[in-house]
Unconditional design. Structure first.
Lengths: 709, 582
């Protein structure tokens, strides 16, 4: 189904006309309500309830249904949900006492890690302590060979004794990760049977089921994280279901995964590690939805909030994916300081800089921003909550980019004097600058930091960043995108409607999706091709079963096949889309093309090696109606000539190094097609867009605010 | 004190923006280089570095992710050397230089440097340089110390044009291909470096155009000045005086002593290595560029870890080593395995600084991480070659325990067991942390590890390990005790280190990697921490009593089945209880 039609694919039943998306963030819980018949979208935002996040979700849904006159929860067909529960449980170490069974001699893999020190000059750096302490890691006598041959069957009595020791230690969850189990899960399965006898009430995860991929450290780490959050996730989703039922909602509940698709509650409970990046993935998915809707196939999704910013590369209308990421980085957001999770994920770059990031002058007299953040308490100095440290938001305020009386639509009045004092004292004075030059420095430098991270991200995914438009959202994204876009030489950036609830909205466009993988490290030309077709047949049969259990008939399922390939001898794989019908040679040439795109030159004589075969089974992607609801209704109400011009105020021009009088527009009063020349400010309730000098902004047919740079 | 005259005022915001941007550019190219490299030691272990220099050859920024300090600090020396052969005014757009002369580069022929001058139009504006440890360079295999001179250490490339005005110099490529055992890997690594510096150059020129800068020198000078000031301030904070340290280590036929004397006067510091053992007849001598690199690294770790590395931050340091000493090797001394001693230099320097800066130094560490190479014999039916690194414990810090199983001073990565087993007939039995290997102290040194593997298959293999600290373990500091020393053995007898040996199928090898030295008196260690260490098997009950004076009661003993923490109180135990209750 094409964009712009008035109904949503798959959701045609008029008496079940509502679809809900709900996203829990650190501060706010966002809910959006889509009426699939009229296509209207309504949004709600309330404070998150950290003790039981399902409470805020239910409350927000209840309020939204009431506010829009929906009499009965039974009119809701689907609830899509993104949650940070799994990530928080790992960060805050809230999981149960967890044990590990690994091949005897290899129980320390998660503590030996990859042996790197991620910051070579910092003598004081720290590593995350393993989720399973050494005393709860036990070796079992068994061995599987790289080719899958079991050279030593599981010693049941020895393994039983180890399990009893874990039981006596009060372990409630057990991860099982044996060497080369990706090649043959036989010993892991035998161990699981035994574990269920000895620890009948414990959660048990097998590495060959959670992540059947080569490399024992990330595989074990991922399996542990999975079992560590399993019960918390199950309990939470159970509570959420009960709360929804009390609202009369008996709709299907789907959970957002890190990979950019949703899954059933059953899958989320079995593989909770797959939903760790649920919220950010939904945001990236929303950005890719806007990309497809507006015909921009490649772009950068840029979400800048209070503490961090996240960015994702969207290529051909889909978020780029990675197969591994880190959760719970403990040392200045540094790569290497977190726990690696090997699971398909929307490839997100996390940058330790947001509106609340603190600026200071370091020992070299160098201006720095972040990663320390003032958070929401005390928050930036201008929040007037006792914060004295200068933050990015304070700088944006002094530069005139933010209106002290229209922050969060006027809910919070910003204290300009406090911001001035903070920047004067901590930045301007040490650098010998006036306060506005200092504020400009902070703004400019945080833009540089973001742009640098985006450049590295693009390089890691083998893309040239310069051709990419930026889709900006999050509270602080739109005010920094002009500057970041210029650094990256982006042609344009755009701010989608409801940019403040982008993740919840993104959920509405999420297809059901399951990922499957088989490891098989081998040169392509030495491969028995029938093993490949067999592996795909197996993976896809399993996918069809899971899809059918999720209510999707076979004809609505498509398969995206890919392989992690490299030149024999290389250490990094490149995920390459596959057309299996073209056989071995087709696979090799697809890899060579992808490689040249990424690294500029190929290695003609070097054989190609496969590490993993992958397939993603994807259901139909729901098609949302074009921009409607709160945004457009507001738009029609005030579609008059200059109703959009709210006033004027001085803003700092980085080019002129001086303030200049700048028009301020109300975003949702701008009619489509209307063009504004920069410098200009465009305000909406949850964010402010800066349109720099020489740029022009207009509202497109989908209610996006598009700024051409 | 030296007075630093302020130069003409440069817009400080522009400097910070410029600095951040250059760092972003160089980091992106570092990623590109590693992702496209071939040799495991480059791509998996990150034994490579890349930097941007000004047209005078001064290092301005360097990628922050590189793991090899010898290269980080050796790259500037390599570049200066190359510019003496090919001054910038003799180079043209599209030229790329290559060299691996060991005494002026990173110390042995394996480290190949690629240099790309950056032009805006016809005018040189900067220089990109990168270096990587390639998979092979000819000569005796696997960096063996048995080489009698530098020529047995492999192919030497003087400063040559790899590309001339954009045209590839096929002669140079052919010479390299004909002299190395793994031509595909080595050429792949070199191409990865060329590709990274090419793309980096293009982006740099775009950036200079964007900000309207004709040259990076004025801003580079401001950066240097700021870093010089910061380094001088840090040195000025060290009490004036002379501080001495020595470090003894295995050598081949006889022990080797590293001696350092550090003089601090005002805001200048000098380090001299007089008293160090003389040149060895084995190929483990250290060119001075490599010595200086690791001495500088140690000083920066202790004094100014936050300050980015560039020319300015090094101006107040004087480093010297007398002629004829093993830390100042000259041609034709063999240098293939120079890293073993060179990477012990930081431990010697930090030990010397202990009296001056007790809060900024750490116990000794493994030094050079152990490099293992394994390959088939010539003529084998299934030829293979692979390598991996193995780290030991890091020394304890002034306020926390040492890290387990990491390199110091290097920060290189190892390879997973499953991958090694895919690439070779080695089958591992253990890769686990070693009880009682962390040096006792108020803060404990990090644990080393035991790697045990069996040679399987039906053909013998050629194996080499660079193992060191077998006789002289990493020492403790400020009253801390030594970590466990390294050990090597096989099921059929002893195993020689630092030279290739043939291992028959069925032979089992045990490699015990050393642990880090402790910090402070072990009797002052928090008793709860000792008990935790016993529960986790980092410290044995005997050692708890003997080294720390902590006798653990029966309650702890019962805990080995798990219930221990019930009976105790304190830091981590409280945390555990919280976890168990949620």
């Amino acid at each position: 189904m094409k964009a712009g039609t008035s109904s949503v694919a798959g959701y045609q039943t008029p008496d079940r006309r509502f679809v809900i998306g709900s996203d829990i963030g650190g501060t706010f819980t966002d809910v959006v309500l889509l009426d699939v018949v009229t296509g209207s979208v309504r949004v709600g935002k309330i404070l998150t309830t950290p003790d039981d996040p399902s409470a805020a979700v239910a409350q927000a849904i209840q309020e939204l249904l009431a506010a829009h006159g929906v009499p009965d929860g039974s009119a809701v067909r689907t609830v899509l949900h993104a949650t940070t529960l799994a990530a928080n449980a790992i960060i805050e170490r809230k999981g149960p006492r967890t044990g590990l069974l690994a091949t005897d001699g290899f129980t320390d893999a998660i503590e030996i890690r990859d042996e790197s020190r991620y910051d070579p000059f910092d003598l004081f750096l720290e590593m995350p302590s393993p989720l399973v302490p050494r005393r709860l890691r036990r070796g079992v006598v068994e061995r599987t060979q790289p080719d899958g041959t079991v050279s030593l069957a599981l010693d049941r009595s020895q393994a039983g004794a180890q399990l009893e020791a874990l039981r006596d230690a009060g372990v409630e969850a057990v991860a099982v990760s044996l060497l080369h189990s990706y090649a043959n899960p036989q010993n892991e399965r035998a161990l699981a049977l035994l574990a269920r006898e000895i620890l009948p009430h414990a959660e048990i995860s097998l590495s060959s089921e959670v992540v059947p991929e080569i490399r024992e450290y990330p595989r074990t780490s991922t399996t542990i994280a999975n079992v560590y959050v399993q019960r918390l996730m199950a309990d939470y989703l159970q509570r959420l279901r009960e709360r929804l039922e009390r609202l009369g909602i008996d709709a299907e509940l789907l959970v957002m995964q890190s990979n950019g698709g949703v899954c059933t509650v059953e899958t989320a409970c079995r593989f909770p590690v797959r939903v760790v990046e649920s919220g950010p993935a939904a945001g990236a998915l929303g950005a890719s939805y806007h990309a497809r809707q507006t015909g921009r196939s490649d772009l950068l999704a840029f979400d800048m909030g209070g503490t961090t910013a996240k960015a994702a590369v969207i290529a051909s209308g889909e978020p780029r994916r990675a197969t591994e990421f880190e959760v719970a980085r403990i040392w200045r957001f540094k790569k290497g300081s977190g726990i690696p999770l090997k699971t398909p994920v929307v490839d997100l770059v996390e940058i330790g800089a947001g509106g609340g990031s603190i600026s200071y002058v370091d020992g070299v007299g160098r201006l720095r921003v972040g990663p320390e953040s003032a958070g929401s308490r005390p928050g930036p100095a201008c929040y007037g909550q006792g914060g004295t440290a200068p933050t990015v938001t304070d700088a944006d305020l002094l530069l005139g980019y933010l209106d002290p009386h229209f922050f969060l639509g006027g809910k919070l009045t910003l204290d300009v004097d406090a911001a001035t004092r903070a920047i004067s004292r901590h930045v301007a004075a040490p650098l010998g600058l006036d306060v506005f030059e200092a504020a400009w420095g902070i703004h400019k430098l945080v833009n540089e930091t973001m742009a640098g991270a985006l450049l590295t991200a693009a390089t890691e995914s083998g893309l040239d960043v310069r051709a990419l438009p930026i889709c900006a959202f999050g509270g602080a994204g739109p005010v920094h995108s002009d500057g970041i876009g210029r650094i990256l030489r982006a042609p344009e950036f755009f701010v989608p409607p409801f940019a403040g609830v982008a993740s919840a909205l993104g959920l509405l466009s999420a297809p059901i999706k399951f990922d499957f993988v088989r490891s098989a490290m081998r040169r392509l030309r030495e491969l028995d091709w029938s093993t490949v077709t067999r592996a795909y047949a197996e993976m896809e049969d399993e996918a069809r079963m899971m899809m059918s259990a999720a209510g999707l008939p076979g004809e609505q399922v498509s398969f995206q096949r890919s392989a992690d390939l490299r030149y024999a001898g290389q250490g990094y794989e490149l995920e390459t889309p596959l057309e299996l019908e073209q056989g071995r040679e087709g696979v090799a040439s697809a890899f060579r093309r992808t490689y040249v795109q990424a690294y500029g030159r190929e290695m003609p004589d070097v054989p190609v090696e496969v590490v993993n075969w992958r397939v993603a089974a994807v259901g139909i992607t729901p098609t949302l109606p074009r921009g409607s609801g709160d945004a457009t209704s507001a738009m029609t109400a005030s579609d008059k000539h200059d109703a959009a011009l709210k006033g004027r105020r001085p803003t700092f021009s980085g080019v002129k190094r001086a303030f200049e009088d700048t028009p301020v527009y109300d975003r949702y009063s701008l009619s489509p097609g209307r063009s504004i020349a920069g410098p200009a400010i465009v305000e909406e309730r949850e964010s402010t867009t800066l349109v720099g000098e020489g740029a022009t902004a207009h509202v497109d047919d989908f209610a996006n605010l598009v700024v051409r740079l | 004190m030296t007075s630093l005259a302020a130069p003409a005022r440069v817009d400080p915001i522009l400097v910070d923006v410029f600095w951040t941007r250059l760092t972003s550019l160089v980091n992106a190219q570092d990623v590109a280089m590693r992702r496209s490299a071939f040799s495991p030691i480059v791509r998996e272990a990150a034994d490579c570095s890349i930097g941007i220099f000004d047209t005078r050859g001064n290092l301005v920024v360097q990628a922050v992710t590189s793991g090899a300090q010898g290269q980080i600090f050796g790259l500037p020396a390599a570049l200066q050397h190359a510019l003496r052969r090919y001054p910038l005014d003799q180079l043209a757009p599209g030229d790329v230089l290559i060299t691996n002369e060991p005494y002026s580069n990173s110390g042995h022929q394996y480290d190949v440097t690629v240099i790309t001058p950056v032009f805006a139009g016809d005018r040189p504006v900067a220089i990109y340089a990168s270096v990587a440890h390639v998979g092979d360079i000819g000569g005796l295999p696997a960096m063996s110390v048995q080489g009698k001179d530098v020529f047995e250490g492999g192919l030497i490339l003087p400063v040559l044009k790899l590309y001339s005005r954009g045209v590839r110099n096929d002669d140079v490529y052919r010479i390299i291909e004909s002299n190395v055992r793994l031509p595909v890997d080595v050429i792949g690594d070199i191409n990865a470096m060329v590709g990274a510096t090419e793309v980096g150059s293009r982006r740099l020129v775009e950036f200079l155009t964007e900000v309207g800068l004709g040259s990076i020198e004025p801003i580079a000078d401001e950066i240097f000045l700021r870093c010089e000031r910061a380094m001088r301030a840090a040195i000025a904070a060290v009490p004036d005086g002379t501080y001495e340290g020595t470090l003894d280590t295995d050598g081949i036929d006889e022990p080797i002593r590293l001696a350092v004397r550090i003089d601090v006067r005002g805001d200048e510091m000098s380090l001299d290595f007089s008293g160090t053992s003389p040149i060895s007849r084995f190929s483990m001598n250290v060119p001075f560029t490599f010595t200086r690199a690791y001495a500088t690294y140690a000083v920066k770790c202790a004094l100014t870890p936050e300050i980015p590395n560039n020319q300015g931050s090094l101006r107040s340091l004087r480093i010297s080593a007398p002629d004829g000493c093993i830390l100042n090797a000259k041609s034709p001394a063999g240098v293939a395995m120079r890293h073993v001693l060179g990477q012990l230099v930081p431990d010697a320097v930090l030990s010397a600084l202990a009296k001056a800066l007790p809060g900024r130094v750490i116990g000794q560490s493994i030094g050079g991480v152990w490099f293992q190479s394994v390959s088939s014999l010539t003529g084998a039916s299934k030829p293979f070659q692979t390598s991996w690194l193995a780290a030991g414990g890091m020394g304890a810090r002034p306020n926390k325990d040492g890290l387990h199983c990491v390199g110091f001073p290097t920060a290189l990565l190892t390879v997973s067991t499953e991958v090694i087993e895919h690439l070779s007939p080695l089958r591992f039995r253990r890769r686990e942390m070693l009880v009682d290997s962390g040096g006792p102290g108020r803060f404990r040194g990090g644990c080393g590890q035991l790697n045990t593997f069996e040679v399987t298959g039906d053909a013998p293999v050629v194996f080499l390990t660079s193992a060191d600290r077998l006789r002289f373990p990493p020492q403790g500091i400020i009253g801390g005790r030594p970590g466990g020393h390294g050990r090597l053995s096989t099921s059929t007898g002893p195993l020689r280190s630092k030279e290739p040996v043939v291992l028959e199928p069925g032979v089992v090898v045990d490699m015990y990697l050393p642990g880090g030295g402790g910090y402070g008196d072990p009797r002052e260690r928090d008793r709860d921490l000792v008990a935790e260490d016993v529960l986790d098997g980092f410290v044995s009950r005997d050692a708890a009593e003997h080294d720390y004076g902590v006798r653990l009661d029966a309650a702890i003993q019962s805990s080995e089945g798990g219930d221990a923490d019930k009976h105790r109180s304190g830091g981590q135990v409280a945390d555990m209880r919280r976890v168990s209750e949620t």
